[in-house]
Design a protein around this ligand. Sequence first.
Ligand code: FES
Length: 117
Amino acid sequence: MTVLCRLDEIPDPGGKGFVFGEAEKREEIFVMRKGDKVYGYRNRCPHALVPLDWTSDQFLDPSRTMIMCAMHGALFAIEDGRCLAGPTRGRGLSAIAVRLVEDGAAGPVLVWDKSAD
Ligand code: FES
C-alpha cells in the first residue's frame, strides 16, 4: 500500500498526478476528487497511450465535470473512466485501486493498493 497524499491536497473537483519509478519501471497514475470521493486511473490515454495532462495536474474539461485528454480532447467520466466522447473508440481509462483511510490529525489520506489493481 502506497500513501499518495492527503485528501485536502487535491482540488475539489480536480485531480492530481503521481509518478513512480524510472525508465521501464515508470508508472504514472492520477486521482480525481469529487467531494469526499476519489477515483484513480493510469495516466495513459487509450487513444495514443500518452499522459492525459499536458499541464501538471490539469485533468478536467472546461465544464469541470469530466476528465479530458489534453492531446485530442477525449472525454471520460470521473466516476468510472468510461469514454464519453473523442477518438478512443469507446475505450476507457484503466482504473486503479485507491481509497481513503483516516490518519488521525492528518485527516483522510489517499492510498493506492497496487496489489488490488
Ligand atoms: S491521445 Fe488522448 S485523445 Fe488522443
